[in-house]
Design a protein around this ligand. Sequence first.
Ligand code: UDP
Length: 369
Amino acid sequence: MKYDYLVVGAGLFGATFAYEMSKNGKKCLVIDRRNHIGGNIYCENINGINVHKYGAHIFHTSNKEVWDYINQFTEFNNFINSPVARYKSKIYNLPFNMNTFVQVWPDVLTPNDAKKKINEQIASLAIKEPKNLEEQALSLVGKDIYEMFIKGYTEKQWGKTCQELPSFIIKRIPVRYTFNNNYFNDIFQGIPIGGYNKIIEKMLEKCDVLLNVDYNKEKDKYKNLAKKTLYTGMIDEYFDYSLGKLDYRSLKFEHEIHKDIDNYQGNAVVNYTESSVPYTRIIEHKFFENNTCKGTLITKEFPIKYEQQKEAYYPINDDKNNDLFKRYQKLADQENCVIFGGRLGEYKYYNMDEIVKKALELSSVELNV
Ligand code: UDP
């Protein structure tokens, strides 16, 4: 066999694993069905602006090891994500913090005022154990914030009601009683200067890479090229949907180039939290890198139903899908010499830092076998 590892998917998980293995003398072939490497962190330079083609990616972590690791490939800037929400023609700060609270309630001035207001709203609902996203959100921030910033956004994002969704999704967003608009609680945060592609290019330097190859259509041909396979695609597709289809959420991106506007919205991310606006957010990419070029490029992000041939961006980790995934996992365990990893291979809503950590753990296991 020509290769030690076949890596299916040139995204962050596959590339990190391939880097570690090739660094340690293993021969790797990395294949991807897209015509470029990088998976969903792929950037395209358009008119001097690095465009996050598959949605905005902000690297953040509290894991020093992961931060140092990713920084070896490129330099990161000091970008701090501070999105704003637009609701009924007004702008509010995010995540939910003192700035938001004073903007929503004119009689709130101090953390105590805000706590009192939110606690009153929570008490009137009498929720004991939150059973779903709606109850979780209501018991964290009360009715007003839920209705203005969470309900509409979440229901269009996921195409399901907040009562049908698992509560963990909303726990990703901090609630703070300080005037702090940093969307993340993590210690380290930034955007790679010049975009994400450099990272993946460096990671794959010592590997053979084949693009426009759909592994699931030519499994036999590729499987036999390597001793072991790391598969980072959709697990249900790998098994030809034999146990049924897992649900995913897809996205549609509408990019707009504005040659005559240098500053479209004054911020990298503006969330549109009303249900009547079909997109969830507008990204103005130049602000990720403090780019002062002329003109700008914005992207409207529309959540859409996932169907075959579309990209699966988010797993929908409700009980029904998690149970089906567990059954696929049993099939995966029986699969000889194939490892499943990443957001789609493990059907888990991972952030980038978790992906790097998981790929590093996997590579050290593989190197010690
Ligand atoms: N969310 C919300 N309002 C917002 C932003 C986020 O209700 O203005 C909820 C929504 O349910 C979303 C979840 O918080 O799916 C996680 O948001 P995050 O920004 O972490 O999503 P991602 O960037 O991964 O799409």
